[in-house]
Write a protein that binds this ligand. Structure first.
Ligand code: MUC
Ligand code: MG
Length: 367
């Protein structure tokens, strides 16, 4: 079975309300649907979400790099030759979500060909994950109202609170309001998207010491090398590297340099193959991981839960799987659901996803 075509289809679906955080905001899911076709008729599907403020990729750049560089490099290979695919794609630096989508589409083909679910092929640890919801910037009372609505509607009891605003006291106020409203049985952790200085972050952590946070993520830039190391050494909770550790080599650098003590794994940027490298590296080192959210749509979320549920260590903490709920629509024929705070892995061969052709026709941007 040979790869005969790789499609990169830009599409845009509006959000009901923007998600705002220290490094940017999202108002429209302007993603790219990646489809890898084989000569035997099997088609693998995944999606690439551009995050210009994080990785420099845009919707246009993803389409261009797939069409002009990556597709020609993989045509004629078989879906089993994933190491060759990676060797070729890795000649180009960056472009993480474009590479990841091709990788996940190839796994989708392998699962379909084998008549088995990808999650089982990856590890098959469990068939579900508990869900963590990201709460973006807003006045404290609106953040509380959103968390209460998500808890009451979906049973979600873990929240990642976006912080990194200036003054940092606005975020401390919001986190305190969330803890007071939600009570002690809810898990809260914070993500600064590099918005604070090390000293602001240290003061904020001190002032939130009684809130029982479970993790702190990217509170200041990893490029504040000594400041970040100083902060991480003082953090009362594991300090997660997200955008500062996007590949196995960066994970090594950040962990050995004392810039992080836990790692966010995002299939949107490391696909399944490189996510497994990162996961196994963390397991070998005894470092905890959390399944992160690249503000994925339903296809990306389905990939994330397939990977997260597949391994013991990635299934341990709730995965960030719920922000697609803010989108006005999506491309799947059968929408993802969250019940009792839990999302199940999609059954079926491969990734088990089916794109609705009418929806794709409505939202695609290249017609
Ligand atoms: C996150 O965990 O940081 C926001 C920016 C980005 O790159 O990812 C999201 C969520
Ligand atoms: Mg993050």
């Amino acid at each position: 079975m040979k790869i005969v075509r790789v499609e990169a289809i830009p599409f845009a679906i509006p959000y009901r309300k923007p998600l705002k955080f220290a490094s940017g905001e999202v108002r429209t899911a302007d993603h790219v649907l990646v489809r890898v076709h084989t000569d035997e008729g099997l088609v693998g599907t995944a999606e690439a979400p551009p995050r210009p403020y994080t990785y420099g990729e845009t919707q246009e750049s993803i389409v261009a790099v797939v069409d002009k560089l990556f597709a020609p490099q993989v045509l004629g290979l078989t879906p089993l030759e994933r190491e060759v695919v990676h060797e070729r794609l890795e000649r180009t630096v960056g472009n993480p979500t474009a590479k990841a989508a091709i990788d996940m589409a190839l796994w989708d083909i392998l699962g379909q060909a084998a008549g088995m679910p990808v999650s089982g092929l990856l590890g098959g640890y469990t068939d579900r994950m508990r869900v963590s919801h990201m709460v973006g910037f807003a006045p404290a009372r609106e953040m509380v109202a959103e968390a209460e609505r998500i808890r009451d509607t979906y049973g979600i009891t873990t929240f990642k609170v976006k912080v990194g605003r200036r003054p940092y006291t606005d975020d401390v106020t919001a986190c305190r309001a969330l803890r007071e409203a939600l009570g002690p049985d809810v898990d809260l952790y914070v993500d600064g998207n590099r918005g604070w200085t090390p000293s602001d972050a240290a003061r904020a952590l001190r002032e939130m010491d009684d809130l029982g946070l479970t993790f702190a993520e990217e509170l200041c830039p990893a490029d504040d090398v000594l400041g970040r190391r100083w902060l991480v050494a003082r953090s009362p909770v594991p300090f997660i590297a997200d955008e500062s550790a996007t590949r196995a080599a960066e994970v090594t650098r950040e962990l050995l340099g004392g810039s992080a003590t836990a790692i966010s794994i995002k299939t949107a940027r490391t696909g399944f193959t490189a996510s497994q490298r990162v996961l196994h590296e963390c397991e070998g080192l005894g470092v905890e991981v959390v399944m992160g959210n690249q503000i994925d749509g339903q296809i990306g979320t389905l990939c994330s839960v397939a990977f997260g549920a597949a391994h013991r260590t990635s299934a341990r903490y709730p995965g960030e799987l719920s922000n697609f709920l803010d989108m006005t629509d999506d491309l799947l024929t059968e929408p993802l659901t969250i019940e009792d705070g839990t999302m199940r892995v999609r059954e079926g061969n491969g990734l088990g996803l089916r794109v609705d052709p009418d929806k794709l026709a409505r939202y695609r941007q290249d017609d």
